[in-house]
Design a protein around this ligand. Structure first.
Ligand SMILES: Cc1ncc(COP(=O)(O)O)c(C=O)c1O
Length: 395
């Protein structure tokens, strides 16, 4: 006899990155072509030694680092985020409007659990970040696809037409995963006004904010004193400080909203891990210059990707930023077949666009996501040369 299975869970797709790892395990790589892994959006190198030492010191010397802590995170970390975000975006953000979570994925699930239940709807631009879609599926929330324009930026007017009586939120990721698109500040502001006027939450996932190419703040929403009535901002410490395994993220939202979030976080995790929080705090206080160097390197790799694809016949880069290139391929095959063939022929592991789009959506079948953050300039040169050598039927 099999045990019951929640049908919403059964209907949720399996984690795509695990699926890609299975392809890797099943595929014999071509001789002489070492793997170029552009499948995952995570730094592979450890954090700087001084940050690891700060973690070690806390582990050895601070007994509290091994105990449960406050559900919404360490007060010093909440205050540091509030002060730094205020400095970066302008406006007023209080420590009570910051919650620390076990990563930005948990931050998303927590705020969504406070906003939408089974039968409600949220708008997700397509292509979407698959874990956002997966949470909606598990929770019985209808993820309404919001198509993007040719520049991979969604249109507020198109979003307005998709809002129904059960719509609870609009979700934006900028810079975007999977497309790399940096949404212009005026577009983000228009989404804010739309959400505010229709009584919806605007969830802004800025996991990749540290790698935005623009010198100016990416939006001015926090400078509007009414922001807590509409905006829910999400952040991850995973990328900028290379802390993926420590699971530290943040929510900035109205304090009343965070009182609801606290119920979720207490139930699923009790509190965020202490060592990760120590690391995030130490990183923010000591690594600004190092993070600036990381950003410069990522922007240089982005420039190398743009230059490389400009010389690749038939390919078209429709988005490129943060860790990602979103590339339309020239082949008469859906992107999953292209990705598998690219692994087998050229030893490149990348994710097909189908993993980021509703079934049958041409935006997914026609493109691949290349997460280039771990590949240096010379590796990007090899990547482009290998893509040029792919032997597949052209459309
Ligand atoms: C848009 C986006 N949000 C959230 C996350 C997850 O971040 P974290 O490691 O903090 O859970 C990622 C990681 O890839 C992401 O791309």
């Amino acid at each position: 006899m099999t045990l019951p299975l929640n049908p919403a869970m059964a209907a949720t797709e399996a984690p795509p990155v695990m699926e890609a790892r299975r392809w890797l395990a099943e595929t014999t790589l071509p001789a002489g072509l070492p793997l170029i892994n552009v499948s995952q959006a995570a730094p592979v190198d450890p954090p700087p030694a001084a940050l690891r030492q700060a973690i070690a010191a806390a582990a050895l010397d601070d007994p509290a680092a091994h105990l449960y802590g406050p559900v919404l995170g360490l007060p010093a970390l909440r205050a540091e985020v509030a002060a730094r975000w205020q400095g970066a975006y302008g406006g007023a953000i209080a420590p009570a409007q910051v919650a620390i979570t076990q990563g930005c994925n948990q931050a998303f699930c927590a705020v969504m659990a406070t906003l939408a239940g089974a039968g409600d709807a949220v708008l997700l631009p397509v292509p979407w970040y698959f874990n956002h879609k997966m949470w909606c599926d598990m929770a019985g929330v209808d993820a309404v696809p919001l198509p993007c324009g040719p520049d991979m930026v969604p249109d507020p007017a198109a979003a307005a037409a998709l809002i129904g009586p059960r719509t609870r939120a609009i979700v934006l990721v900028t810079p975007n995963n999977p497309t790399g698109a940096e949404y212009p500040a005026d577009v983000v502001a228009a989404f804010f006004r739309l959400a505010r006027d229709r009584g919806l939450a605007l969830i802004l996932d800025e996991t990749y904010r540290d790698f935005d190419s623009r010198a100016a703040p990416p939006h001015g929403l926090f400078a509007d004193p009414t922001w807590p009535g509409t905006l829910i901002h999400l952040y991850s410490f995973s990328k900028a400080y290379r802390l993926t395994g420590h699971r530290v993220g943040a929510i900035i939202a109205d304090a009343d909203r965070l009182a609801q979030v606290e119920k979720f976080l207490d139930t699923v995790a009790i509190c965020p891990g202490q060592l990760g929080q120590v690391a995030a705090l130490w990183g923010m206080r000591n690594l600004a210059q190092w993070v600036a160097g990381e950003r410069a390197e990522i922007l240089d790799r982005r420039a190398a990707v743009i230059a490389g694809f400009a010389g690749l016949p038939g390919w078209r880069l429709t988005g490129c930023g943060a860790y990602f290139a979103w590339a339309e391929h020239p082949f008469a095959l859906p992107s999953e077949a292209v990705a598998k063939a690219t692994l087998a022929q050229q030893g490149i592991l990348m994710l097909p666009g189908t993993m980021f789009a509703p079934p049958g959506d041409p935006v997914g079948a026609g493109a691949v996501r290349i997460a280039f953050a771990n590949v240096d300039r010379s590796g990007i040169g090899q990547l482009v040369a290998r893509l040029a050598a792919l032997d597949l039927p052209r459309a």
